[in-house]
Design a protein around this ligand. Sequence first.
Ligand code: FUL
Ligand code: CA
Length: 715
Amino acid sequence: MVNPPKVISKVLRLDTSFNIEAKALIFLRNLLPMKNSLWIAVLLILSFCQEKVAPPTPVLPIPDAKQIAWQELEYYGFIHFNMNTFSDREWGFGDEKPEMFNPSDLQPRQWAQVAAEAGMKGLIITAKHHDGFVLWPSAYTEHSVKNSPWKDGKGDLIKELAEACEEYGLKFGIYYSPWDRNHPDYGKPEYITYMRNQLTELLSNYGDIFEVWFDGANGGDGYYGGANEVRKVDKLTYYDWPNTYNLVRELQPGAMMFSDGGPDVRWVGNEHGFAYESTWSNLMRDSVYAGMPDYPQKYATGQENGTHWVPAEADVSIRPGWYYHKYEDHKVKTLPELLEIYYKSIGRNASLLINFPVDTRGLIHENDVEAILKFGEKVKNDFAVNLVANASVSANEERGSGYGAENVQDGDYETYWTTPDGGKTGEITVDFDTETTFNRLLIQEYTPLGQRIKSFVLEKEAGGNWEKIAEGTTVGYKRILRFPDVTAIKVRVRFTDGKDIPVISEIGIYNAPKLLLPPSYSRAISGEVTLSTPDEGLEVYYTLDGSEPSTASQQYSAPFQIDKASTLQAISVNPASGKKSEPLRVEVDLAKAKWVGSSDNSEKAIDENAGSYFTSENNNLTVDLGESVSLKGFTYLPMQARYPSGFITNFTFEVSENGSSWQQVAAGEFSNIVNSPIEQIIRFDAVNARFIRLKASKTADGNPATFAEVGVLTK
Ligand code: FUL
Ligand code: CA
């Protein structure tokens, strides 16, 4: 005998969602007039007979519970604050004295407050860096805050920060450098006991730790208790990692362990904060160890067929250095730079760890605070309205009840859309119903069932055809694509290849507001000026006479020539809203096309490139301007590299008409150049000259003078 309810249930199951089933039943009910009690019986039988649709089989590897909880954090902060803050170094040698650790206004609560306001979910602090100094009163070393002037040796910074994090709802993590350039036993087996004793202190006394960060830089020269020698270790075996990992697991079962190769979270392979176009959470973990030389090239992207789930974490400092250096106060990353990092880390299936080099006061510097808060605000605005939430969403195929397309628009990561077994593709169509403008696509795979997607494409319907907007490869926990504004009524995401059927938790489409910053400026030696906008779809207007630019000014369309001293001002304008940016203002002077430096490589000082520089063994730069001009001053930009040298602190400036008889027109000091290596501007009374010579009478470090860029003022 045929069992009608089961047949109905099967038919209904093909229609998947509960809503559709309910609608179909109401429809049937109207069609077949039966008594209510009979209908109740039908419903009961129906619900009894309806087979639960099985979820997809996981595609291995898959994350464990702590990894699933961790991936939701996405964004957290790093604090580099330790002995190096006071020695003004990136890597201390290990011979520093505890007395040097002497912050004037140490406020971990400020760090936590800034992090929380910026949208971060946790903070990780350098409890011990390579120089071995520890921020808590460890019972196992004297090289510690307990012997510093800070709080008369009674302070415990790990405790203070743990409490501040708790107060601000942040998770708390520990950076611990295995390499220790202070400890006399480093390199010997005894040191491993020391390291485990310290880890035991850190992981027992300060509450829950969400991440333990093991640095990959290991072994080399150091103080080592006075030995002052080079100590190499076998990075693979020296630390006996399996047992160190067991200890961490025992003391903090919920903590993620970070190192180049995990075991729980891996390094992204660079310090720019960029993950890769294709970033797998799967890793051939057994082939990787911390500090291996070919890790960045070979393993950092993860592997499609990786054996273990070890997602990537992108770490980057908000300044060039990890530690605070006053000379980097002007080098805090700009909003466009930070956004680039966001989209290339969180937008590429990695978590983002942004570092604050806390300053010698013990505070996150004002410039860094401003930058991170602006960034947090912009990210919030970019994703403020998900246009998919109120659209009609449908799929080409659905697995069955509970796995319908509506799951990608419910804002719930736990619910997902998927297809019947057997395929590797699938399509979700989003119908906005009206013309809608957008520029971001966000996709999340349901990673507890493994990372699957290998390629996808976003298309829009235009005149009955589908046109490609953007495409990508891997997805993972989160993938975001940026593209210029698109307007459409209907779009679809096609998953075109994968390791198995697609399993998609969420799809978001957003219209991120334009980044309305001043245009950026560059100039060629020829004098040609290029202006570029910080975001797509903006217009640029400029003036050269010092007047305020507006939409009535000259519109920029292509690079243009400036030959004489001019004040360039330019604004970016969003044509859709009419809104304009603050103006860019640059004093532009003579083009350097005819300039010739008098010694090898000196062209690097006159190439309009702040990144290149000339080093002069005899501490001077002489330039032939190619013609006699009326000079009223000069500019000097010191070397901008991460580890600069040869900053000119005391100078003389000479001019000549013939290149043989010279006249000194200025001399003096670039007062704050070491702390603030920005362009120096010196003016003098007008003088006619064809040759110029900038001489260093003294450099900051005594090294040969360096010149990133030299220019003249004629106005
Ligand atoms: C690197 C270290 O050598 C740097 O000093 C910094 O701590 C960075 C986060 O990791 O390996
Ligand atoms: Ca969902």
